[in-house]
Design a protein around this ligand. Structure first.
Ligand code: GSH
Length: 125
């Protein structure tokens, strides 16, 4: 029963993720210099996520709207390198989560609302 529910939830999430990809997002426009600066800054950020998690789908839409490329890391696969890393570094697996690298300093940000606010502050206009 539990497995059935999990399968249903994942299937529904995957469907929502695919539909979300089909629905266009209004993207911020920048001049080429500003876009280059945003791209460079975005290289320091990684999104730890599950493909079909609704909160992750929302975060990915925010990222698309901000017109930046952020590397996504699969934290779902049991025993996977990114799931293990997240567990080791933060003590839990909760997605979405941003890993922000600033020189030698690494910080982890949970909560989709906080992630949205942070990204909009860093990359919004
Ligand atoms: N309040 C959180 C909720 C995030 C959440 O519930 N994430 C679920 C996936 S949808 C999770 O990380 N579950 C951990 C797991 O399944 O191991 C947010 O808005 O980011």
């Amino acid at each position: 029963m539990k497995l059935l529910l999990k399968t249903f939830r994942n299937g529904l999430g995957a469907l929502i993720a695919l539909i979300s990809r089909l629905i266009p997002v209004k993207k911020i426009k920048r001049n080429s210099q500003a876009q280059e600066a945003a791209n460079t800054k975005a290289k320091n950020i990684e999104l730890y996520q599950f493909f079909a998690c609704p909160f992750c789908i929302m975060s990915r839409r925010v990222i698309r709207g901000l017109n930046i490329k952020i590397i996504t890391r699969d934290a779902q696969t049991q025993g996977g390198v990114y799931r293990e890393e997240m567990m080791k570094e933060t003590g839990k697996v909760q997605v979405p989560c941003l890993k922000i690298t600033d020189g030698n300093k690494v910080s982890w940000m949970f909560e989709s609302a906080d992630i949205k606010a942070y990204l909009e502050q860093e990359f919004g206009q």
